[in-house]
Structure formats: C-alpha cells, structure tokens
Design a protein around this ligand. Structure first.
Ligand code: G5P
Ligand code: MG
Length: 212
C-alpha cells in the first residue's frame, strides 16, 4: 500500500492535495509535470524535446515520460510514493505495472468551469514547483515565492486555449484509467467537489482507514 496515484484533470488540485498528503502521511511526491518543467528549465536534452509538447499543453510521448519516471523512482528505494500526473495514458499504466504495484488510486472530479477559473489565477515558483493562486492561496508578497523570495511565473500551458485541449485530453486519455484500476487489485476512490480543503478532509479519512 505504499505506492499511490492521484488522478485528476489539469488544475483539479492534484498538486495542492498531494502536498497535504505528504505532510499528513509522509509520502514522497513525484509529479511528472514538475520534473519535466525542471528539465525544460535546465535545457537538458529531455527538456528541449518535452518543451515542444508542453508549451502547447500536449502530452509528452509515453516513452520519454516512462524512462524519466523509471530513473526518478529508481533512486527512491522502498519509500512511500505518491505519483501525481502519472500515468496519463493506458500504455503508461501498463508500463508502470512492470515497475511497481499500485495499492490505491485517488481520483479527483472537479467541474471544468471551476478549473478554468482557478488556472487563470495560478502562479508558480518554477524551481520548487510551489503553487499559488491569487484568490485561494496568494503569496505573502505579491509576485514572490514565500520561501525563497524569488519571482513567481505563469505556466505557458495555462493559456485558456491550451487549457481546453488539456481538459479534452484528460477526458479521452486519462480518465479511462479510473476504470482500468477498478478492474485491478487496486483500491480506487473518487472525490468530487470544488474546494480542495474540503475534499482533503475526506481524502485524509479514507487514507487513514486504508493505511492502518
Ligand atoms: P502537470 O504539471 O501534471 P496538469 O495539467 O495535470 O499538469 P496541473 O495543471 O498541475 O495539472 P493540479 O496539480 O491538478 O493541476 O492542480 P493545482 O496546481 O494543485 O491547482 C490548480 C490551481 O488551483 C492552483 O493555482 C491552486 O492554488 C488552485 N487551487 C487548488 N485548490 C483550490 C480551491 O479549492 N479553490 C481555489 N479557488 N483554487 C484552488 O503536467 C503539465 C504538462 O506536462 C506534461 C504534459 O505536457 C502536461 O500538459 N506531462 C506529461 N505528458 C505525458 N505523460 C505524463 N505522465 C505527463 N506528466 C506531465
Ligand atoms: Mg500539478
């Protein structure tokens, strides 16, 4: 039970709820989006390739992401892992099953209108992946990261046209994974709502009951 996935549409609060799970249950948070943005920032070979897709909100090819993930989790030994943003397609899920057994899946179901509103207000600290929202979680000083004081930026793929495409890809390619895992020996629980703090109360209860 020490390997979990958090699934949910772009802007659905995966990162926000993951950081609460990490604090409460001590999982290591592995977000493929954050890792990919790190590669783009450092202009590694992978970053240069991934950028072509990411800036337009398209999924990065499966093989690139799977190889990256294998490297990332290979260094983590037996620690508890929470995968955020991976797997995103059926082939990724199949490849993941060869690397680790998934004990539980948290699936977030958030209305798309709420997501469009949130994303327009999102600012991030790119080096750490810390996420802010002008309305929900504003930085202490406008435009600056709370911990380092460095500048916050907006994500290229948060432009409204790209967000629409990301939501469609989620429905077509990622959401079917809920059924995929329901058909396996994996606990799957769906959480719906519009407020991450409220949703987390239920997530925490559920995790406390299954992680006993
Ligand atoms: P990412 O980085 O995985 P997405 O698109 O799946 O990107 P994203 O946008 O990071 O997901 P999230 O983590 O689900 O969203 O949501 P979040 O950041 O916590 O919350 C969104 C905003 O809402 C924030 O500003 C937050 O503060 C605010 N918020 C949260 N809760 C509330 C609330 O209750 N109320 C309010 N008002 N606001 C709230 O992937 C990026 C790209 O990387 C590539 C793809 O190109 C992808 O598009 N990629 C992959 N490609 C292929 N395969 C993979 N496995 C890939 N993984 C990444
Ligand atoms: Mg995220």
């Amino acid at each position: 039970m020490n390997r979990m996935i958090i699934l949910g549409a772009p802007g659905g609060g995966k990162g926000t709820i993951s950081s609460k799970i990490v604090k409460a249950f001590g999982f290591k948070h592995v977000s493929t989006g954050d890792i990919l943005r790190g590669h783009v920032k450092s202009s590694s070979a992978l970053g240069v390739e991934a950028k072509k897709y990411m800036t337009e909100g398209k999924l990065v090819p499966d093989k690139l992401v799977v190889d990256m993930l294998k490297k990332e989790v290979g260094d983590l030994g037996n620690s508890s892992i929470l995968l955020d943003g991976f797997p995103r397609t059926l082939p990724q899920a199949e490849m993941l099953s060869e690397v680790m057994a998934i004990g539980a899946v948290i699936s977030l179901k958030i209305p798309h209108e709420e997501i469009m509103r949130r994303i327009s207000q999102r600012w991030i600290h790119a080096p750490s992946g810390r996420v802010y929202n002008l309305e929900y979680k504003p930085p202490k000083k406008e435009g600056l990261d709370d911990e380092t004081g460095e500048e916050l930026t907006q994500r290229d793929d948060d432009k409204p046209g790209f967000v629409k495409r990301r939501l469609e890809d989620y429905e077509n390619m990622t959401r079917p994974l809920v059924e995929y895992y329901q058909g396996k020996d994996t606990l799957v629980k769906e959480f719906s709502g519009t407020e991450s703090d409220v949703i987390f109360v239920d997530v925490e209860k559920w995790l406390s009951s299954i992680l006993k």
